[in-house]
Design a protein. Structure first.
Length: 201
């Protein structure tokens, strides 16, 4: 089947690309996908890299690899995302560079794309190259564990489980003083023990 650049762009130009249609174009679309990945339109290049990953087997691997070597971080992110569609061996070859990328966004997507049956060398590389950061899993965590690491809410005391403004072990509500008095209303008489601030005896 003869495939033109117009056929490829018809599938990829829309804001929501028709990747199923792009995949149906088959390997005949590879020269055009390669040209788009090397072009000036970064968004279209990213779409082309992903479309290449959807071709049968690892037919589009080289096009995805070209995107993975781009100077544009967003295109390397697209390559990392596309790796999940490739056979494990091909994906591992691409991801071995991307999991150690200088851009944190690329690394995050690449780690998430590491196959569950990835070679031990890639798994070890992920563990060694993931720096410890606040709210993330330690570097020894598996890719799945790293994705599930909990990040504290803004203002939350990391590791304590306390909400913003909540004290340590006093058992008092924010703004409440020992003995039942309210730090917000010094003019009010101290309520009886066990009463909330402002509650009548």
């Amino acid at each position: 089947m003869s495939v033109s650049m117009r056929d490829v762009r018809k599938a990829l130009d829309p804001e929501e690309p028709n990747y199923a249609a792009a995949a149906r174009l088959g390997s005949a679309s590879l020269p055009h996908l390669r040209a788009l990945v090397g072009g000036d339109d970064v968004l279209l290049a990213a779409k082309a890299a992903y479309a290449a990953s959807l071709l049968e087997g690892d037919t589009g691997k080289e096009v995805v690899a070209t995107a993975a070597q781009s100077d544009e971080p967003s295109l390397r992110v697209a390559a990392a995302s596309a790796a999940v569609n490739l056979p494990t061996a091909s994906a591992a070859g691409l991801l071995s560079d991307l999991v150690t990328d200088s851009d944190p966004g690329v690394r995050k997507v690449a780690v998430a794309a590491v196959p569950s049956d990835a070679p031990a060398t890639l798994t070890a590389l992920v563990q060694e190259s993931t720096p410890p950061e606040a709210g993330t899993a330690p570097p020894s965590a598996s890719p799945a564990e790293a994705q599930s690491a909990r990040i504290p809410m803004p203002g939350e005391d990391s590791g304590s489980g306390l909400m913003p403004g909540e004290g340590g072990s006093s058992g008092l509500m924010p703004g409440e003083r020992p003995g039942g008095g309210s730090a917000m209303d010094d003019s009010a008489a101290a309520p009886a023990p066990g009463k909330m601030p402002g509650e009548a005896p």
